[in-house]
Design a protein around this ligand. Sequence first.
Ligand SMILES: *Cc1c(COP(=O)(O)O)cnc(C)c1O
Length: 346
Amino acid sequence: MKTIDLRSDTVTLPTPSMREAIYRAELGDDVFGEDPTTNRLERMAAERMGKEAAMLVVSGTMGNLVCLLTQCQRGEEAILGDKSHTFLYEAGGMSALGGIHPHTVRNQPDGTMQLTDIEAAIRGDNVHFPRTRLLCLENTHNRCGGSALTPEYTDAAAALAKDRGIWVHLDGARIFNAAAALGVDVKELTRNVDSLIFCLSKGLSAPVGSVVCGSRDFITEARRVRKVLGGGMRQCGIIAAAGITALEQMVDRIAEDHANARRLAEGIARIPGLAINREGTQTNIIYFEPVDEQLTAKTLVKELGEKGIKLLQIGPSRIRAVTHYGITAEDIDLTLAALGKKMQKS
Ligand SMILES: *Cc1c(COP(=O)(O)O)cnc(C)c1O
């Protein structure tokens, strides 16, 4: 039986050319700064993002944590969305390891936070308050339907932060999806942030790794924090090699994933008994839900799973599907047929 795995774009496996690049990678000890392949990936990533320097990390979670720990001291505060990945899904690392106080602001359905809400969250100088140090944005926004923040919004939020003397971090796990959806160069989405991460291991299909980008001084400090977290790697050119191939070969095909997500969303909208918020289908993530009480999200996910179609249940009623490398238009049609059949029976 064929498996169509729509749970996440993290399930993508390295491409044949990545395996080839891994095999041939020139290696050294990266903790001494001597891994030529890692150095090359970091130069490429910094250049792509329009920043001075970059650093390979194990995961997006580690990347966000390194950035937060580099920018905030214990007892200081970071403003972030109440549906942000860092707040919801990173095991509370900012508080657990950094003593950083999270100040959540409500995420709008499009993944933004209203500027007036951000402004209200920034603390004044008062002995009662923690110091606000950092504003965190997320692009694309995972829990908000994979929505893309525009350059205009990002610039406006960054200008507000700058005006109030706080830094801006961008969780750009899927920043290339945002750039593809908006038809802009990725630099337009990063130009005014102080630090950012992006993932190599999601839609770009590399097996492991994320990259932190920022100023030279920021990355120098971040290297120390990465070491504290046990993230100093030795011959990590093994994973950087796949990351280079990802940047060279996998960025331009992302639009295909978006077309497939749209196809899936449009098909689901036509199936009686399923509800989908169409506003959210901008990139490769969609959320939908069964509306009739007879059939729960759990049952639907389980029964499609038995047919080899894997979806992810999020919360009691919602289902997530993510398109990625290896998912074809035909897979989408098979998924829609299976969903249609299931809904007819229920
Ligand atoms: C996946 C994801 C991360 C974390 O990446 P991992 O490599 O899974 O740790 C961070 N932010 C967002 C928005 C994500 O979707």
